[in-house]
Unconditional design. Structure first.
Length: 263
């Protein structure tokens, strides 16, 4: 357990909990650095294939930037808090993680908290979850990827309707808008997040990483033809040369579960 977070490993699954419930799991630079270190370790560990990130308690996934810490530091020193290189939750500024991450949003996900969730690949939301990028209401803007990611993940006019007002969006509306993958009763949140993790773990980790890397990099390619011709993404190439790409068809032919190696 870290000072600001908890980590649990369950087989191939890493579960990370932001553990500052007394401030609605808001993150200051020290918490963000600790979470960045955790996800560095997850990325480097060949035995860990999927991660879930959630918040401690029943009220908040993360309220985002710890504005009280921000204000106290500025009053005391005249300086703004520094931003660790990996950003909010150790994920918002991370663009090189090909392993999948699931956000299990158990309550409010505001500002930087919502930006952590948007940086994940799948968002499973409690029916008590609420999402917002309220920064304009406090003289800020969603500078940890919220403006860029939300506008790419849902229709532009819907995204602008959220961002220009800072309004709160309940979980079901988030599902209807398209940034939430699934909504479940609050008590079943982690069960559902683990179920999705289990479905991913049934697949070859080499294929999963190839898929994530290709999809994310292809988003910046101007058209489908060019994106399809440029399948020399490192994780895709690694998949084609892996033991898993031999094991998968062999297991299918032999009518058994594949024994994935992840290499």
């Amino acid at each position: 357990m870290g000072e600001y977070s908890k980590v649990e490993k369950d087989g191939r699954l890493t579960i990370v909990t932001i553990n500052r419930p007394e401030v609605y799991n808001a993150c200051h630079p020290m918490a963000n650095q600790e979470l960045g270190d955790i996800f560095d370790e997850f990325a480097a560990d060949p035995e860990q294939w999927v991660a879930i990130i959630t918040g401690a308690g029943d009220k908040a996934f993360s309220a985002g930037n710890d504005l009280k810490y921000h204000a106290e530091l500025q009053a005391r020193t005249g300086k703004r808090p520094h931003s660790p290189p990996r950003g909010f939750g150790g994920l918002a500024n991370r663009f090189d993680l090909d392993k999948p991450v699931i956000a299990a949003v158990n309550g409010v996900a505001m500002g930087g908290g919502f930006e952590i969730a948007l940086a994940c690949d799948i968002i499973i939301a409690s029916d008590q979850a609420r999402f917002a990028l309220p920064e304009p209401r406090v003289g800020l803007a969603a500078g940890a990827g919220g403006m860029q990611r939300l506008s790419r993940q849902i229709p532009l006019k819907k995204a602008m309707g959220m961002m220009l007002t800072g309004r709160h969006v309940p979980a079901q509306e988030g599902y209807e808008l398209g940034f939430v993958t699934a909504v479940v009763p609050h008590a079943k949140l982690m069960e559902e997040a683990k179920r999705w993790a289990g479905l991913i773990l049934e697949c070859s980790p080499m294929s999963v990483r190839a898929t994530k890397q290709t999809v994310m990099r292809a988003l910046d390619v101007p058209n489908t033809e060019i994106a399809m011709r440029n399948l020399n993404y490192p994780s895709f190439v690694a998949m084609t040369r892996s033991e898993d790409t031999v094991e998968g068809p062999k297991a299918f032919a032999e009518k058994r579960k594949p024994a994935w190696k992840g290499r």
